[in-house]
Design a protein around this ligand. Structure first.
Ligand code: SAM
Ligand code: SF4
Length: 328
């Protein structure tokens, strides 16, 4: 009989898969992707929608309830709502979400919502056009348009992800809190991670979020908070409001003990940890004509490889791939 709960060697239940639908992106956040980078996966190596659906159906039979579409920038992949609709229809899957930079969200928000995506996370590192450009190379205005379209389309919650960078946007944390209060968004601050050379280069701007929290507590009354499906973030709530603020602190306080996820990259590799190389390459098996049972066996094999924790702090040079390759 098929086991319907995936459990890794450390007793963690794996019920959440982040699916990277492309490693490409229309922005170049300096901590994520090198500026002139073009060494992307070739289209023939991308999993097709049918292959992604097949793999995710196998995960769903093994107990996966939650799928997040990510990348690279997921909206760069043509016809993404078609894939979202197919994944929403998988028996057992009850939560489809997406992480996006929102540059292309204004034109596809309604279609994605209709396809079953309900929750979105939007990266927004600055509210100042020139600082936004310095960090990402892109235009803030497009992101704000995308965000407002998402709000109008009915996505809830909308979570803003802000990587806090010393000397660049650290002075804006209070402004971003006010922005989220005004629009009813949830906010998460993120510490820079040493993913690839780009991530390591950003560690010069690393800010310990414990300090950011202490700073915010001087301006806002912060209550202990909870967020359903909160993942790795530790939340507080701003008193007298619905605003939840999460702190994603892979470096200052790692959260590996409660990790419930794996990642499927666009080339069909299952990565079992953001901060380790433990992986299983599924595409060769898919293209050699493996059966659905063999996909399930491969997933079990991958989960058995999941390491206990990342070593971003002790061993920051370890990860050569950068975030957009794995599916951040
Ligand atoms: N393009 C989408 C976006 O930006 O939201 C989805 C993919 S992106 C790789 C996912 C998240 O990873 C973003 O919130 C981004 O800020 C974060 N990220 C990328 N590189 C990082 C790094 N070196 N350290 C911390 N966070 C990083
Ligand atoms: Fe693109 Fe997201 Fe990476 Fe920025 S963080 S370069 S938007 S994939």
């Amino acid at each position: 009989m098929t086991e319907t709960v995936l459990t890794d060697p450390f007793g963690r239940r794996i019920e959440y898969v982040r699916v990277s639908v492309t490693d490409r992106c229309d922005l170049r956040c300096f901590y994520c992707m090198p500026r002139g980078f073009r060494d992307f996966e070739e289209p023939e190596d991308w999993l097709s929608f049918t292959e992604i659906e097949r793999v995710m159906a196998a995960f769903a039979r093994l107990g996966t309830r939650r799928i997040r579409l990510t990348g690279g920038e997921p909206l760069v992949r043509r016809d993404l709502p078609v894939l979202a609709r197919r994944l929403s229809a998988l028996p057992g899957v009850d939560d489809i979400s997406m992480s996006t930079n929102a540059t292309r969200l204004a034109r596809s928000a309604d279609e994605l919502f209709a396809a079953g995506v309900r929750r979105i996370n939007v990266s927004l590192d600055s509210l100042k056009p020139e600082v936004f450009k310095e960090i990402t190379g892109g235009k803030l205005e497009k992101v704000l348009d995308g965000l407002m379209a998402a709000k109008a389309a009915g996505f809830r919650p909308i979570k803003i992800n802000m990587v806090v960078l010393g000397g660049i946007n650290e002075d804006e944390v209070e402004d971003v809190v006010e922005f989220c209060l005004e629009h009813g968004f949830t906010l998460r601050f993120i510490e820079t991670m040493p993913m690839g050379d780009t991530g390591r280069q950003a560690t010069g701007h690393y800010v310990d979020l414990q300090q950011v929290k202490a700073r915010l507590a001087r301006r806002f009354e912060l209550l202990p908070g909870m967020m359903p499906g909160g993942g790795p973030a530790r939340y507080v709530q701003v008193a007298g409001s619905d605003l939840h603020i999460g702190f994603i602190t892979p470096i200052s306080q790692h959260f590996c003990a409660t990790c419930n996820r794996v990642r499927l990259s666009v080339d069909g590799t299952i990565y079992t940890c953001l901060g380790n190389e433990h992986k299983l390459e599924l595409r060769p098996r898919l293209r050699a004509g493996c059966s659905d049972t063999e996909i399930e066996d491969a997933i079990h094999e991958a989960i058995a490889l999941k390491p206990e924790r990342h070593e971003f702090k002790e061993n920051p040079d370890k990860i050569v791939r950068f975030m957009s390759m794995t599916g951040g």
